[in-house]
Structure formats: C-alpha cells, structure tokens
Ligand binder design. Structure first.
Ligand SMILES: O=P(O)(O)OC[C@H]1O[C@](O)(CO)[C@@H](O)[C@@H]1O
Length: 464
C-alpha cells in the first residue's frame, strides 16, 4: 500500500492559464538535470544527511527500541522539550499514528506512557503541564540540534529544579538528551552529567530530522513501529532517485511548485482531510517556510523568494477558508491530503422517518461523507481555476507516513536547487534570537540590547 500523488488538477484544461501544460514540464528538464546532479553530489559528499536517514544504522535502531522499552516499563509520562524541527515532527507523527485521544485512553489501551510535546514557553502552558504529570514518574526528552536554543534550555533548567526537589541526585535518570554528536551546550552537559544521549547526525538540520532519534525515540516510546516508518521512507527515497522528471515524485512536485510560484502562486496551502494528519501541516509549514523563504540566492544576489505555507483542515476549513480559496486572489497552490481507508467506520443511521429531509445522508458513512466533501471541494476549486494536487494515503500507517515525510523533504531539496537558494539554512531567524538574548542580559550583547531599546514605541499608536 503506497502513497499516490494525483497531479490532475495542476494540468487540467479547466484551469486555463492558471494551470500548467505538459510542455512546461518538458521545458523544465534542463533545470531538473542540473538539480539532480547537484543533489546527488551533495548526497555522496555527505553534505545532506537527510537523504541517508531511511537507511538508519541497525545498531542505532536497536538502541532506540531498547531505550523505548525501558521507558515504557519505568515511566508513566514522556515529555518532549524542544521547538521547531525538534518538536513538530514528533507531534505530527504521534498524532498521525496513535489514537487521537491517546492520553485519555486507559493504560492498557495506550502504546506507552502519556505523551506531551512542549514546544512553546507560554508560562501558563508549562504550569499546566506540572498539574497533570508526576515528575517522579516522568522522563523528559530534551531535543535540540544546536544544543543552544534558549526556549528548550530554559525548560531544561525548570524541569531540572523540579526533578531535584522530587528525586534528588537521581534527576539525571529522568532526562534523555537528543542533540548534535559534538557541538552545543547540551552535548557538553550530557558529558558532564552522564545523561543518556542520542545523536542527531551533524549533517541533518532540525527540520529534516524527524527520521533520526528526534522522531524515532518518541515514536517508539508511544508504540509506533519505527522500522515501518523507515521502510516507507526507503521506498520513497528510491523513487526520488529516478532520473526521469516525470517519474520522480519529489522532483516533479517541486517543479510544479516553482513553475506556479513564478506565476504568482506565492502561497502553498496544505489541507489534510483527516484530523490525524492535521499536525503534518504544521511540520510542513516549517519545512517550506524556513527552507524556501530566502533573501539571497546561492550567488549572493537579493531574490526575496518564498512560498507562504498555509495550514487548513478538511472539512473544518471548508466552512472557514475555502470561500477565500475559490474566490479570492489567484495566489495559491493547494495540496490536499486524502485518506482512502480510515481506521474506523462510522455509519450514519438510515431510518429516521421524522427527518425526511435528511434521507440523502442516512445509510452512508462519515467515511463516505468526508471523501465526497474532499472531492467536491477539489472540483469546486478546479472550476474556479485554482490549481491543486492531492497526496492519497491508502491508509495512514507508519509506512505511508514514512513515505510522506521523505517525499516532502526531498521535494524541498529540489525546490531549493531549482530556485538556486540554500534550502538548509535559516539566517532570517538569527536577528530575533540575538535580540532576545540581548534583552535577557546575556554577556557581550550590550550593544545589541541598546540597539533594541532604541527602537522606541510611540504611545500614540498604542490604543487602550
Ligand atoms: O533544534 P534546535 O537547534 O533547538 O532548533 C530549534 C529550531 O530553531 C531553528 O533553528 C530556528 O527557528 C529551527 O530551524 C529549528 O528547528
């Protein structure tokens, strides 16, 4: 059961000038050949580690599975502390593959301990976490690729104090670190404290790290078959090696995004028709936003390129955003996520004579209804000349999720090549990070602090 990618509604004649023609793809072949060779070279030189993740070393998988088993036996709560790529993947995969009400299930029906992903540092949220977990029965998985992210390290300080109060010097038994193999504060702390630590390969950036211990450990702890995830990613990796543009799913989808971006489709909506895939749109928003939103190209010229990610949920957002998608500006490319077989079936009862006007619904299932609504929306968008494409999950399972994650990562890598930008850095977030540290009084940043404080707020623009 493999993922299918339906591109009909990108090439459909009903789209008229808003869509693409097959010739557009043919004329893109030269760009593809160059991108393909560049990526192959980067892969061979071990510059882009995510390409190798589907072939994750067996001994590391065994170690993850062993640790996950120990956690399941000893702990009742597993809390991820991380942000961005260190949180969105674990959350998306958990939501996709575990019961949607996982934490509410009785112990015997859950695949592992109760699971929380704490990315934001909203104090109300953090305080509320401490009302539902028991620290002495909790393991905190601190995830940060750089080992230097202020949000995550603040959380580490907070839970360390809490743990010390509850379990004393054994607090390190309640911590697991996932970080760079060599660099960063967290790696140094791990050495000093002797905390169990997993490595994120140094050539894998945060937003491409879901198929490393970043995602694999939380998945294994909550009962997800991580070998299946990797097997799905492997199948997709092989497809993304194809040297023919029409047969290479990542390269073709990337070409479509770039061609349509050049024609003003500067927004990319992801709209899953499944609550289980809702957080995939959050994960993808970071992947697309941070990777493709760039001021400079690889030659240092100012290009200000990007495709703004928009998150939506079918059918919920049919009653919220779809009006805009069908009649608003012609600036969007939509990506639907469709599920052929949901893991549950709910029947709409047929025999309620007193509800005569509802007869057309009775006897169907919610499964039929949600699929019909997706197809109807897709049709309405097509008629309104809005290009869209669909990734079809025969079923949401570890294998198809593995395929999906890898497909989108490879697509982003191709987009970066086509656009001649570095899809693997994020210089635009550095100014804000530095200003935060300066405001908190970090040594050596006094000048920056003064610069931030000089940007005065004019009271006349503050209303109350
Ligand atoms: O995993 P880290 O290093 O803590 O970084 C968290 C996130 O911060 C960023 O560096 C910037 O937002 C992301 O790219 C990254 O996923």
């Amino acid at each position: 059961m493999v993922l299918k990618i339906d591109l009909n509604n990108v090439f459909h004649p009903l789209l008229q000038d808003e869509g693409l023609k097959e010739q557009d793809i043919s004329s893109f072949k030269e760009k593809f050949n160059k991108a393909f060779l560049n990526l192959r070279e980067k892969k061979e030189k071990q510059e882009l580690g995510f390409f190798h993740l589907p072939y994750f070393p067996e001994e590391e998988i065994v170690e993850i599975e062993k640790t996950a088993q120990e956690i399941k036996e000893k702990f009742s709560y597993f809390v991820v502390l991380g942000i961005g790529g260190s949180a969105l993947g674990p959350l998306a995969v958990h939501t996709a593959l575990n019961n949607l009400r996982y934490n509410e299930l009785p112990d015997e029906l859950r695949g592992g301990p109760k699971f929380y992903v704490e990315d934001n540092i909203d104090p109300e949220r953090m305080a509320s976490l401490f009302k539902v977990i028991e620290p002495e029965k909790t393991v905190f998985n601190v995830i940060t690729k750089s080992g230097a992210t202020a949000e995550t390290l603040s959380q580490l300080l907070i839970v360390t104090e809490l743990l010390k109060k509850k379990v004393g010097q054994r607090f390190t038994d309640h911590l697991i670190f996932t970080t760079d193999p060599e660099k960063g504060n967290l790696r140094a702390l791990a050495r000093e404290l002797g905390v169990k630590t997993f490595a994120i390969p140094s050539n894998v950036g945060g937003r491409f790290s879901e198929l490393t211990p970043v995602g694999l450990l939380p998945a294994a702890v909550t009962g997800i078959k991580i070998r299946e995830l990797l097997a799905g990613a492997r199948e997709m990796a092989e497809k993304c090696e194809r040297e023919n543009l029409w047969e290479n799913p990542a390269a073709l989808a990337a070409a479509i995004h770039v061609l349509l971006l050049e024609r003003g489709k500067n927004m990319a909506v992801m709209m899953p028709y499944a609550d289980s895939l809702k957080y995939m749109a959050d994960w993808y928003a970071q992947l697309l936003g941070e990777s493709i939103g760039k001021k400079l190209n690889c030659r240092g010229e100012e290009v200000y390129v990007g495709q703004t990610p928009v998150k939506a949920l079918g059918v919920t957002d049919q009653h919220s955003q779809v009006q805009l998608y069908t009649e608003g500006p012609f600036d969007k490319l939509l990506l639907f996520l469709e599920v052929e077989n949901y893991r549950n079936t709910v029947v709409i009862p047929p025999d309620f004579p007193q509800y005569a006007e509802l007869k057309f619904l009775g006897g169907h299932t919610l499964n039929e209804l949600i699929i019909a609504e997706k197809k109807a929306t897709e049709f309405a968008l097509l008629k309104a000349r809005r290009p869209n494409y669909t990734i079809i999950f025969p079923e949401v399972n570890p294998y198809t999720v593995g395929e999906f994650l890898y497909f989108l990562e490879a697509k982003i890598a191709f987009m970066g090549e086509y656009l001649d930008i570095n899809a693997f850095d994020q210089p635009g977030v550095e100014e804000g990070k530095k200003a935060t540290y300066a405001l908190l009084g970090r040594e050596g940043l006094e000048e920056k602090r003064q610069e931030v404080l000089r940007v005065q707020k004019d009271p006349k623009y503050i209303l109350s």
